[in-house]
Design a protein around this ligand. Sequence first.
Ligand SMILES: Cc1ncc(COP(=O)(O)O)c(C=O)c1O
Length: 415
Amino acid sequence: MRMPTKGRSWDEVRSELLGRGGNDAKWREGKTAVYVFNAGDDVATVQKEAYAAYMSENGLGPAAFPSLAQMEKDVISMALGLLHGPEGASGAMTSGGTDSITMAIKTARDHARATGRTPEKANIVVPQSAHLAFDKACHLMDIEVRRIALKTDGSFEVDVEAMEAACDAGTIMLIGSAPNFPHGIIDPIAELGAAAERLGIWLHVDACVGGYFAPFARMNGVPVPPFDFEVEAVKSMSADLHKYGYAAKGASTVLFRTEELYAYMPFEYSCWSGAPMTTPTLAGTRPGGAISAAWAVMNYLGVDGYRRLQGEVCATRERVEEAVKMMGFQIVGNPILGLMAFHHPDHHALALYGEIYRRGWFTSVTIEPPSLHLMLSPKHSEFIDAYLDDLADSVRAVAAGEDGKAVQKIEARYS
Ligand SMILES: Cc1ncc(COP(=O)(O)O)c(C=O)c1O
């Protein structure tokens, strides 16, 4: 597209703009189980109005916008309250999980340097199931990533012994996820904590997905193991507001056990023509709307609202588990929150994915092992039966294409 010489009317532009979404994934109809977290129209209205109210303000200027500075402090305080942040814990809002993870690694690296641990080449040790944001951050900072294979006993759990064995004098961070993205499993943070303490290494918990889910699931009676600052060795956490915090996109939190550790995060610079500046996160300009929308949604929902929504998500996941097992799938590991993967021993995940995609569902896949993957939202409770019907049809279609006998086997299972 070339920029039009003359601008067009907003009516015309709006109509084209909205029309362009016509071929997008149908998330409003519950047909997407990745990228979008749909908590319903009321939450969307709060997001939009709260975002618009501070859309032009810039979180980079706390002195100019004390409103945003205070909202950010409130958000961090609410986050630390949920995640067992001890007295003196601190943190900041960032643009997303990748930003939070990058800043946590940068902080651990600078802390290691400042405390006399200056290896020639630093490394971090992560489970194979950890998000690729760790690799991206380390690519930027020239840090080695040591990905450690999961246990081979079918649990898809982290091998803590192997993680510990992979650490050496250059290791600046050990990582656990709560939960990881591919399988939705919470890593054994307490065990990783014990290893981190033995080795004197910084432990980061990536709770981008679970940070605003697991505490409420636990309140609802889900047996969530210790995964946050409750585990003494945890030095930092990433927790995304724009996932299960149901905030507008561009909002995450990065949290530190102490103010002293957090102090290694902001970037300060004065050797240039401009005025000395401090930027706390990877971004320079920080959209005020992302801060105000997160603050507003947290206040709008409150603990009761989050408990209700996360309860709906867990109930949907249980419904899916039950139904897909009837179709011959095996659940990968033991997911207890809103993410899950399920593997079919007879049919390849990509073939099944193709069929379900053709039926209008935009979901995801996990590669190890080849499985279908769902990141469920509260709104899915209304649509899950349609998904499961289409999934059953997809299994039949793949089976028919692959092996006629398999269809009979599946039919027998349903009857
Ligand atoms: C476990 C986990 N960590 C980190 C991220 C990265 O978050 P973002 O996409 O907001 O950068 C994701 C994204 O899905 C995730 O699932």
